[in-house]
Design a protein around this ligand. Sequence first.
Ligand code: SF4
Length: 226
Amino acid sequence: MTKTKTIELCNKITGGLSNESKMWSKSFGLPAKRCHVGQVLAQVEGTVCEKCYADNRGHYQYPVVREAQERRYKLLYNPLWVVAMTMLLWLQVKEFFRWQGSGDLDSVKHLQNIVEVCVNTPHLKHWMPTKEKGILKEFLRNGGVIPDNLVISMSGYFVDGGKVKGFDEQPQIAHHLTYNKRNKHGVETEAYICPVEDDLGFKSCDEATCSACWNPSVRVVAGALH
Ligand code: SF4
């Protein structure tokens, strides 16, 4: 089978990859309206999800993008998903990959499948932000192991808020915080400020030559509220 045909087939099985304008990487995006924690936080004033960019802003508002996200969501538990995602990443991604360009983890099974794809692609660096603390905790309680090439960022719930607690012993679990621009100096001192969101003139990770989100030794990354 040709490369093109293989990609077509794998796209049918998984819904395909998305392009990230700001990052080095391609990504896999799901509908924000399917987030479990996010839908609760969206009702709470001052949370990151209250102003969720993925549901209302930028190119995520276009029907074609939303339909693609929903298609991917409905295909998440296709028994061939792990094999097809593995193939797509081998054929379409060079070095960095982002999970959940929009949306979030759906279940422990979903996380297990992602981990399996990461193990199958040891040449890639994977990054996955999430607010689904319960799913991650259950995965770890069940003996789940996060592979060395996957960094999971626990995403803080409140704008200008602190880190999600409970993962201090996990070297592959880092943190992401969101700050209001007028409060930049109030961000936790240990946080690395994302250069793309710091008005330094960089439009992408590529331009800023930054891959901090994929680096587990950068324990906290902070980005500005859009
Ligand atoms: S911290 Fe670096 S890698 Fe992460 S989004 Fe910002 S520029 Fe990209």
